[in-house]
Design a protein around this ligand. Structure first.
Ligand SMILES: C[S@@+](CC[C@H](N)C(=O)[O-])C[C@H]1O[C@@H](n2cnc3c(N)ncnc32)[C@H](O)[C@@H]1O
Length: 230
């Protein structure tokens, strides 16, 4: 089920009836705009049809189509896992093998083949809890789709998200196995400065990729670090 049998182009080209909402029908024009976007988004429709918990699932499918890091027997950590779209895709590759541990500040509905922790990743004890659930195993993949709630102030949002990426990266370095993969959502120009140069020292290949399912208007992209040197 995890293979994207339809190409991204086909999903995008999915025939949708354009829905326009009348102003004032819902609470605010911003929630109206959000609803309108959801109703007109082919990835939302496709996710619903396939039973994915989020349209974000397609981002992981497309990241994996490009970099091929999901497979049976892998040990995978999913940071910012709620509502569980990425975990669904990861679990469909694991097919009951390996290990999948997810963490989110929000609760995630149970999923067969995954263990979820409901905790703030930046709070004391979060990384220890994840390590405990990995039972001493090193991870093959640490993936973070964490995004701080936006404040509307671009610089603050950028700094808060970078804080989460840095925390995820520090954790990845302590837990990844040799040749492991680190993937994280980043905003604006992507991973920059010291963070990027540190990644280049510890991984054989570091690049950025914006999957088709990531909205054109969104400043998000993903940093993908391959082959951890250990
Ligand atoms: C874009 S959503 C993730 C969607 C998910 N990958 C999926 O496929 O369903 C971002 C998530 O990051 C989580 N998050 C934000 N800050 C966090 C933190 N400090 N600790 C843990 N999770 C956090 C949010 O609660 C949210 O669920």
């Amino acid at each position: 089920m995890a293979k994207l049998t339809k190409s991204a182009k086909e999903v995008r080209g999915r025939k949708m009836l354009a829905v326009r909402l009348k102003d004032g029908r819902y609470h605010s024009s911003s929630s109206n705009r959000w609803l309108e976007r959801q109703l007109n988004d082919p990835y939302v429709a496709e996710a619903k049809e396939r039973g994915y918990r989020s349209r974000a699932a397609f981002k992981l499918i497309q990241l994996n189509e490009k970099y091929k890091f999901l497979a049976k027997n892998k040990v995978i950590v999913d940071l910012g896992c709620a509502p569980g779209g990425w975990s669904q895709i990861a679990a469909s590759y694991l097919k009951g093998t390996g290990c999948l541990v997810g963490l989110d500040i929000l609760p995630t509905e149970p999923l067969s083949g995954a263990t979820f922790v409901c905790q703030d990743f930046t709070a004391d004890g979060a990384t220890e809890k994840l390590l405990e659930l990995l039972h001493g195993e090193r991870a093959d993949v640490v993936m973070s789709d964490m995004a701080a709630n936006t404040t509307g102030h671009q610089q603050t949002d950028h700094l808060r998200t970078i804080g989460l990426v840095e925390a995820a990266y520090e954790f990845a370095k302590t837990v990844l196995a040799e040749n492991g993969v680190f993937i994280a959502k980043v905003f604006q120009g992507g991973a920059e400065g010291e963070l990027l140069s540190d990644m280049k020292q510890h991984f054989k290949k570091v690049s950025h990729y914006k999957p088709d399912a990531s909205r054109d208007k969104s400043p998000e992209t993903y940093v993908v670090a391959l082959s951890f040197k250990g």
